[in-house]
Design a protein around this ligand. Structure first.
Ligand SMILES: [Zn+2]
Length: 124
């Protein structure tokens, strides 16, 4: 009788161990999920810091940032170029003051309010 009781206890404790491990795994998955969420959050914060640093230092920046800042400037210029090309293809134009895409017949820029006709006349 004692023998069967002991087997019963062993089975019971083994079952409990398995369910404890399953609980542990759920715990691990939860921790891993939180870790990934925190890593994503950190990436966003670094991005924010980078943008803030760039805006605050774009005129005078530490020498070791030259390459990065040049790449940012070149990319921004290319984006402006692409915006203009896209606007042209779509039969619209970009505001010469702020770069917003505006309709071909628009008299004012919907973004900055610049009077478009005047600006174009000034340019000609
Ligand atoms: Zn504008």
């Amino acid at each position: 009788m004692d023998f069967f009781n002991r087997i019963g206890d062993t089975i019971a404790s083994a079952t409990q161990e398995v369910s404890e491990k399953a609980k542990d795994l759920t715990g691990v998955a939860k921790l891993q999920y939180e870790m990934r969420t925190k890593e994503d959050f950190l990436d966003k914060k670094y991005l924010e810091i980078g943008k803030m640093f760039y805006d605050a230092n774009k005129d005078v920046f530490p020498e070791e940032y030259t390459e990065l800042f040049d790449e940012v400037e070149a990319t921004k210029a290319r984006i402006e170029q692409l915006k203009e090309e896209i606007a042209e293809k779509k039969g619209s134009k970009t505001c010469p003051k702020c770069g917003a895409i505006i309709g071909n017949t628009a008299a004012f820029c919907s973004e900055c309010g610049a009077k478009i006709g005047d600006i174009f006349e000034e340019e000609e």
